[in-house]
Design a protein around this ligand. Structure first.
Ligand SMILES: Cc1cc2nc3c(=O)[nH]c(=O)nc-3n(C[C@H](O)[C@H](O)[C@H](O)COP(=O)(O)OP(=O)(O)OC[C@H]3O[C@@H](n4cnc5c(N)ncnc54)[C@H](O)[C@@H]3O)c2cc1C
Length: 375
């Protein structure tokens, strides 16, 4: 299909593949990105576009989120990607949640974050049920992009700026450098990186099976509230403090978990936590839930959305928002790791983000994998 011999072929044009393409192209490599879909359609365009730092697990994940946030901030203006929101306000509805935030604040990760009392929250922001809160943590680190436009613009940026080639609508049947067999013929490349998202079965299924992965399905909504304070950063609440490992690994999280099990057992059973981010048109992206299966079912019961919006109504004042849109997304999940890099040979890498952290960490992972491949 092309006579060109590439230095590097990347399978998958989600954020993981694009991050590797950027890192390789910046080293002067001739890169081709191959994806089965005609346009981005995977987890990378279904997410919140929330580049989350505070709350990521201490250590590699937090460090990669900081680095990736810096790369997003550098690339976004060059690629015409608006930064829609900055920061994060994690609401503590309960004293047990505030205790987790206090412990977090005392760690190195909390150094630039601020704990706010309810009165300080009410001074800064309108529209929250502040009188029901025990406090909140304000983080300065995060940025939020609109994924459905940001991912295509990122692809256009690496294509136009670095000459990265894209072969879309092309399934890769085998990827063993120096050749890939695709639905449109052979592609020659000295090295290959496979970033298949949650497709574990098409390429190197035996290698991927060794990691015992499953898939996670999430419910997402776009809603329009009657009013919303545009000064608000992205919002999370108590349920997120027992899911996000940067908080959940604090000692005080055990008492919060016990209280949530007693008071919000149904939310926990559906893996629900609250993330609310705002778009430029004033609508909000609200989620999400977590259901795990090797093949997630295609059904999305409204009862799960209702539980997400129940938590929303404990955080925001005013009437229920209008529901505009609903979708689901899936990502790869592992019980024992947030990401994996498999090295079947010197010239082949398989990279999977096995948690809901790909928007937040892929740029750093791409830099690390490319540095290791070429050093
Ligand atoms: C609803 C939802 C909310 C999320 N929220 C956040 C968030 O707030 N913050 C955050 O950091 N992360 C979030 N995540 C996680 C993040 O979106 C993922 O970790 C990330 O998008 C994974 O990127 P990827 O490139 O690996 O996968 P994908 O975006 O799924 O891309 C994989 C690509 O590979 C292609 N492909 C696979 N196999 C082949 C083949 N054989 N031939 C050709 N093409 C192939 C597919 O077509 C696909 O385009 C969320 C995920 C979801 C679903």
């Amino acid at each position: 299909m092309t006579d060109q011999v590439f230095d590097l072929a990347i399978v998958g044009a989600g954020i993981c593949g694009l991050a590797h393409a950027l890192a390789a192209a910046r080293r002067g490599k001739r890169v081709v990105v191959i994806d089965r879909d005609a346009r981005a359609n995977g987890a990378s365009v279904r997410n919140f576009g929330f580049i989350t730092v505070t709350g990521q697990q201490d250590g590699d994940c937090w460090r990669r989120a900081m680095r990736s946030r810096d790369i997003w901030a550098e690339i976004a203006p060059k690629a015409g990607i608006p930064i829609v929101q900055r920061g994060l306000l994690t609401i503590a509805r309960r004293p047990e949640a505030r205790a987790v935030l206090e412990e977090f604040c005392a760690t190195d990760m909390g150094a630039e974050c601020r704990l706010l009392d309810p009165a300080a929250i009410a001074d800064r922001y309108d529209g929250l049920r502040t009188s029901d809160f025990a406090g909140a943590l304000l983080s300065p680190h995060e940025i939020r992009v609109e994924s459905r436009t940001a991912i295509p613009r990122l692809a256009a940026y690496v294509e136009e700026t670095y000459g990265v080639r894209f072969l879309r609508g092309t399934v890769v049947h085998s990827a063993a450098p120096p050749a890939l067999e695709t639905s449109r013929g052979r592609v020659a490349a000295e090295a290959v990186i496979v970033c298949p998202g949650d497709d574990f079965r098409t390429l190197h299924p035996d290698r991927i099976a060794a990691y015992g992965l499953t898939r996670c399905k999430l419910h997402m909504m776009r809603v329009t509230p009657a009013s919303f304070d545009p000064r608000l950063p992205p919002i999370m609440s108590d349920l997120g403090l027992v899911r996000y490992l940067g908080y959940a690994e604090q000692p005080a999280a055990a008492a919060l978990k016990r209280r949530l099990e007693a008071e919000q057992g149904e939310h926990l059973a559906h893996g629900i936590h609250l993330i609310v981010v705002r778009s430029d048109d004033g609508s909000l992206v609200v989620g999400d839930s977590h259901h795990y299966a090797d093949t997630p079912d295609p059904f999305a019961p409204t009862a799960v959305d209702d539980l997400i919006l129940d938590e929303y109504r404990h955080v925001f004042d005013g009437p229920a928002p209008r529901r505009d849109e609903h979708w689901t997304g899936t990502y790869a999940s592992a019980a024992d790791r947030l990401m994996l890099v498999d090295r079947p040979s010197d010239a082949l890498r398989i990279v999977l983000i096995t948690s809901g952290t790909g928007a937040s960490t892929s740029f750093a992972i791409g830099e690390e994998v490319i540095a290791e491949l070429y050093n």
